[in-house]
Write a protein that binds this ligand. Structure first.
Ligand SMILES: NC(=O)c1ccc[n+]([C@@H]2O[C@H](COP(=O)([O-])OP(=O)(O)OC[C@H]3O[C@@H](n4cnc5c(N)ncnc54)[C@H](OP(=O)(O)O)[C@@H]3O)[C@@H](O)[C@H]2O)c1
Length: 260
């Protein structure tokens, strides 16, 4: 099958169109013919080698973290899907590879595609949607009446995070550039700051949660807008101790805790 692969880590090495063996589905896998896949910053970070210590992929690696497509075959233990179903999916992080004609995904990473969405629209959702859910609901545990600052509200993660935070009943402040102010307002943002013009850390205070998608200076300044015992959730930097535990990287866990 045709696929886009990384042969060697590093920005300058790029990715290559290749002929790869088709995936062999396991008994709890769904084999999907991919119609659309989205490109996320995670793909370029993986290509650049930023994740090679925590996610030791075997090269050549097929890139791509989410997809929409049609089920062509299911494993013997799959109960929820059948050939012909239109689905969208986020493969498990050690079995990525959606920039290809086919992929086998464990059943629990697959959902029926809403009929109102095109394949392209559906493929843009899984990774950003799940990331925003993890940040706002699972880690942030946002509640009615709380205040949250979401950096980059116009981005893939930000657009979902704003809507989830509003759904949880929070007041949402967000940073964006001028051209996307109307977009973030239409998603429900209550306070909108043009990051090219204004310094959010001089405007906002006493926030319960900040979602930082930028790292560096933005991350540092974000600490200043939090109330005591507020939460800063960073997704631009390296994975956290929970991720290390999940992947069995005990050495990383020690390093991460050592730095705190
Ligand atoms: N995609 C995922 O599911 C995922 C998962 C885990 C971690 N992350 C990380 O989260 C970050 C964002 O990912 P994404 O997929 O949402 O990216 P994206 O769709 O490419 O969006 C990036 C956004 O960043 C905004 N931006 C640039 N500089 C900014 C600044 N200084 N302050 C505030 N906003 C700024 C831009 O807004 P304007 O166009 O309005 O200027 C743009 O909309 C990346 O670091 C990524 O690695 C993403």
């Amino acid at each position: 099958m045709k696929a886009f692969v990384v042969d060697r880590y590093g920005r300058k090495n790029g990715i290559r169109a290749a002929d790869m063996p088709p995936p062999e589905p396991r008994e709890d896998d769904v084999l999907i013919q991919i119609h659309a896949a989205s490109v996320n910053p995670l793909d370029s970070k993986i290509r650049d080698g930023e994740f090679k210590l925590v996610l030791p992929y075997r090269l050549p690696l097929i890139l791509g973290n989410d997809l929409a497509g049609v089920v062509v075959r299911v494993g013997s233990r799959v109960r929820q899907f059948k050939p012909g179903d239109e689905v969208y999916a986020r493969p498990h992080k050690d079995r990525i590879g959606t920039f290809a004609e086919f992929i086998a995904v464990k059943e629990d990473g697959v959902a029926l595609k809403p009929t109102t969405l095109t394949m392209e629209e559906a493929a843009s959702i899984p990774l950003v949607g799940l990331t925003a859910w993890q940040a706002m609901i699972e880690k942030g545990q946002l509640r009615k009446g709380q205040k949250v600052l979401i950096h980059a509200g116009s981005g893939g993660v930000g657009t979902f995070a704003i809507q989830l935070a509003k759904h949880a009943g929070a007041t949402v402040a967000t940073t964006t550039s001028a051209r996307n102010i109307e977009l973030v307002k239409s998603l429900g943002a209550d306070v909108v700051i043009d990051y090219k013009k204004d310094d959010f850390s001089l405007i906002l205070k006493d926030y319960d949660v900040v979602l930082d998608t930028q790292g560096g200076n933005t991350l540092e300044k974000s600490l200043r807008v939090l109330k005591p015992r507020g939460k800063l959730i960073g997704i631009a930097g390296p994975p956290d101790p929970d991720f290390a535990k999940e992947t069995g990287a005990s050495w990383f866990l020690k390093t991460a805790i050592g730095r705190v």
